[in-house]
Write a protein that binds this ligand. Structure first.
Ligand SMILES: [Zn+2]
Ligand SMILES: [Zn+2]
Ligand SMILES: [Zn+2]
Ligand SMILES: [Zn+2]
Ligand SMILES: [Zn+2]
Length: 620
């Protein structure tokens, strides 16, 4: 029987989505697949754009849990099953496999052997495989794996012993009380020992798949036990037929340009940008936006795409990102039910100081989002490695065509960087060299699949720059306005495009359940305060308490996908980051010997000013 645990609705996607281990009050469970959901009481979550992108019929959310009892049988909550099923008693050390029939809602398992009530705790180790299966370790086999005995498996009289005279896994052993066979856990974590059982904890044994993978034993709280595979979309106003279309006269002039056919075929974004500029120079009145829009229009899954299929067709995530980028990077206010944004003046009213002037030359536009709605869907999960090709769907029976999702209301601030300043900075050989190293690590990494939606067809130097900037901004906003870092999220827009690249970040609140607007974040963007916040952010970003180690260290982090970035300076809670805390490098912002940081002139000017003020000079 499944238990219903009281899990906050927003957490039913991340971190406690289908397949995740949920620990509560000394007990451990795993969230069951959506075939166990009380479908009739789960409301639909509307997001046609995301549904179309993912090719599903729609989304459902678990009802918000208001019950104070964490699992009354008829209450609402996330359906979970006990896992690991093998428990042990801390007093008498006996192990007990807690069967479905033993479950009593609202009651923690107690040791049947002890005279006084002793809670049973879950075993610390579980086995997982790369195809996403997870099962208990076969403890009976382990206890007998070094013994020659005709002991019967059905006895299952095991004990989990601790030898206080030794340390580590050697100190732990599993013993069979029927035949005295035992084995310590020293080699338990060695790989290639057992076959996977092809099982998910919520399945019956008869439902197990035939899996040819080796199982590996890990601690149940290890980082590789669960990777949620999510995709989210902002509600943006549906583009009207006219809005996206290029003026027919402009379109015909662009098409008539000799360079147009070359631009349509251009795979290299740098070449595409160059051709776009040349077309605009040759055709007065034609803007780069017109060229980009026409390119999208003509490549939008019609003739061109069928006759020139690109092997790396933009993913769903990338398509949706382009729509959001276009909606956010707006010069006019938009007042839609779920998308209320307005561009604001960036910077002080009076004459700017040198550092403010340099900062404004790098950040072109600030758009405050007073109201945003995001729908976040769980597509599935992975274990061992976050590879979408090995993803387990949220319905292991494969019958349902909807996905679990939550809607989140919030507010945010969007910053568009100056394309001019960015492309000039990106042309520097030292910048390209540094990012090339990162790109080859990215291509070699199994994370490539997961990050490709964010990166796009090629890794531009601006991506780690904008991504690190987003992290520092979240940390700074959290410091200045009292938000927990975990309640802020990022969306990084840094993909290369045929008619121009993306160049912006959105930081927004995503509190989950009901209305998550906390007030304040939108306000931060509205005033000259944002300039001050950004200058302090850069000052803070130039330094890490782990320096010089942090700044000078080479490739590191998950699959070597970080450079100068660590927990002390740039990393965020997993829920805030859309890239698993990969592709971060403070040096790209603040510079280092041999490489100019994008914001380095701003920081230098701010320091000169500070020194000047100390000498009694006027900063402006
Ligand atoms: Zn006991
Ligand atoms: Zn035995
Ligand atoms: Zn398996
Ligand atoms: Zn650091
Ligand atoms: Zn991030």
């Amino acid at each position: 029987m499944t238990r219903k645990l009281r899990v906050r609705q927003a957490q039913t996607i991340v971190p406690f989505g289908v397949g995740a281990i949920v620990e509560t009050q000394g007990e451990a469970f795993v969230a069951a697949d959506i075939s166990h959901w009380p479908v009739s009481s789960c409301p639909w979550v509307d997001s046609p754009r995301l549904a179309a992108g993912l090719g599903v019929t729609g989304f459902k959310a678990l009802p918000s849990a208001k019950n104070d009892f964490f699992d009354s049988p008829d209450g609402v909550g996330a359906p979970c099953v006990r896992f690991p099923a093998w428990l042990f008693c801390g007093a008498c050390r006996r192990m007990r496999r807690w069967g479905v029939a033993d479950e009593q809602p609202g009651t923690a398992p107690l040791c049947p052997a002890c005279p006084t009530p002793q809670a049973l705790g879950p075993m610390r180790f579980v086995q997982i495989c790369e195809s996403g299966h997870m099962d208990d370790v076969d403890w009976w086999w382990w206890a007998h794996s070094r013994a020659t005995t005709d002991c019967q498996r059905s006895t299952q009289r095991l004990s989990f012993l601790v030898d206080h005279s030794s340390i580590g896994l050697e100190a732990l052993s599993v013993m069979c009380r029927a035949c005295d066979s035992s084995r310590d856990l020293l080699q338990l974590l060695d790989r290639g020992r057992t076959r996977c059982t092809g099982h998910h904890p919520w399945q019956g044994r008869h439902e197990a798949a035939h899996c040819t993978e080796h199982a590996r034993v890990v601690q149940r709280n290890a980082g590789n036990v669960y990777y949620a595979m999510t995709l989210s979309a902002l509600d943006i106003p549906a583009p009207t037929a006219e809005a996206g279309a290029v003026d027919p006269q402009i379109a015909s002039r662009i098409r008539s340009d000799d360079l147009w056919p070359g631009l349509c075929r251009a795979d290299d974004p740098h070449r595409a940008a160059m051709l776009t500029t040349m077309i605009c120079e040759g055709q007065p009145g034609v803007s780069p936006e017109d060229v980009a829009a026409l390119l999208r229009q003509e490549n939008g899954g019609t003739e061109t795409e069928r006759t020139h299929p690109r092997k790396d067709r933009p993913s769903t995530a990338a398509d949706m990102s382009w729509e959001e980028w276009a909606a956010l990077n707006t010069s006019t206010a938009v007042n839609d039910k779920h998308f209320t944004v307005r561009p604001v003046r960036f910077g002080p009213e009076g004459p700017p100081t040198e550092s403010e002037r340099l900062l404004r030359g790098r950040i072109e536009r600030v758009v405050v989002a007073d109201r945003l709605r995001e729908v976040r869907a769980l597509r599935g999960f992975c274990r061992v490695q976050p590879s979408p090709r090995r993803m387990v769907g949220v319905d292991t029976t494969g019958r349902r065509s909807w996905l679990p999702a939550v809607e989140v209301f919030g507010e945010g601030v969007f910053l568009a960087f100056s394309e001019d300043a960015l492309s000039r900075w990106e042309e520097q050989p030292s910048v390209r060299e540094r990012v090339r190293g990162l790109e080859s690590d990215l291509n070699a990494a199994f994370q490539m699949d997961r990050l490709s939606g964010m990166v796009g067809d090629a890794l531009l130097p601006r991506l780690p720059l904008l991504h690190t900037f987003a992290h520092l901004l979240i940390r700074q906003l959290s410091f200045e306005s009292g938000y927990g870092t975990a309640s802020l999220r990022e969306r990084v827009y840094a993909r290369p495009g045929e008619g121009g690249h993306q160049a912006g970040v959105l930081i927004y609140t995503a509190a989950g359940d009901a209305d998550g607007t906390l007030g304040g974040l939108a306000h931060q963007g509205a005033s000259a305060r944002l300039t001050e916040i950004l200058l302090r952010l850069l000052e803070a970003g130039a330094w890490c308490s782990a320096d010089p180690l942090c700044a000078e260290h080479g490739a590191r982090g998950f699959a070597n996908l970080n450079r100068a970035a660590c927990h002390a300076c740039a990393l965020l809670p997993e829920t805030s980051c859309e890239a698993g805390n990969a592709l971060l490098d403070r040096v790209l912002l603040v510079g280092a010997p041999g490489i100019t940081g994008f914001f380095q002139p701003v920081i230098d000017a701010a320091r000169r000013q500070a020194a000047g003020i100390a000498r009694g000079e006027d900063p402006v």
